[in-house]
Design a protein around this ligand. Structure first.
Ligand SMILES: [Zn+2]
Length: 202
């Protein structure tokens, strides 16, 4: 058993966005078949390597693990970038209270002020009583005061224009896993820790 082959490798898509984490074993198979290249920053800036280049690359000794074969040893990559379009399904973002708050940045869409989660309501722009649906383009977060003031009216009727036109957030191709810490410094460029630590449960 080679533990190094079980270590985690960050997978970037062709736009260099973090989309996945795989095992080094899987990463090697992607690199070997030409579907991915290694990304290495040990030289100061980011370089990419195909399998043969990587095999010959010594770079800086920086605590990489190695996999030894009969003929050579090869560093276990920490990041790979896909050469092909990944077929990861883009995740539609669920219409949950929390996701609405996140989209609207916890700002009341009528007065523009920021609030704690508990002081925010979900407001139907076109009220439900007037046929308004619970859809991304018809719900916004609103403070209790604005929500009450608006009542059963549309923004036009209430003369309370919206800060932003609500719409569905773009489906995320990005990685959506929670991790308490980023395992390698080299990942940090690609991983928005703040975002990853956002609680998405609703
Ligand atoms: Zn408000």
């Amino acid at each position: 058993m080679n533990m190094a082959l079980d270590s985690s490798v960050l997978v970037l898509n062709r736009l260099w966005q973090a989309v996945n984490i795989c095992t080094a074993r899987r990463a090697f198979s992607l690199i070997y078949s030409g579907q991915a290249q290694v990304v290495d920053a040990s030289g100061g800036d980011y370089q990419t390597f195909n399998f043969d280049e990587w095999k010959d690359f010594t770079g800086v000794e920086d605590g990489h693990d190695y996999v030894h074969t009969l003929n050579f040893r090869v560093k276990v990559p920490k990041i790979i970038v896909l050469m092909v379009f990944d077929k990861l399904p883009r995740k539609e973002i669920k219409l949950t209270r929390q996701n609405i708050f996140l989209r609207d940045k916890f700002e009341c869409q009528y007065c523009g002020k920021k609030f704690e989660r508990n002081d925010l309501n979900i407001d139907h722009v076109v009220p439900r009583s007037r046929g308004g649906k619970t859809t991304w383009d018809n719900v916004v977060c609103s403070c209790v005061r604005c929500n009450t003031k608006k009542g059963n009216r549309s923004p036009e009727q209430a003369r309370m224009p919206l800060m932003r036109i609500p719409k569905a957030p773009r489906p995320r191709a990005f990685l959506n896993v929670s991790m308490s810490r980023v395992p390698h410094d080299s990942w940090k460029t690609f991983v928005d820790v703040a975002y990853w630590n956002v609680e998405v449960s609703d």
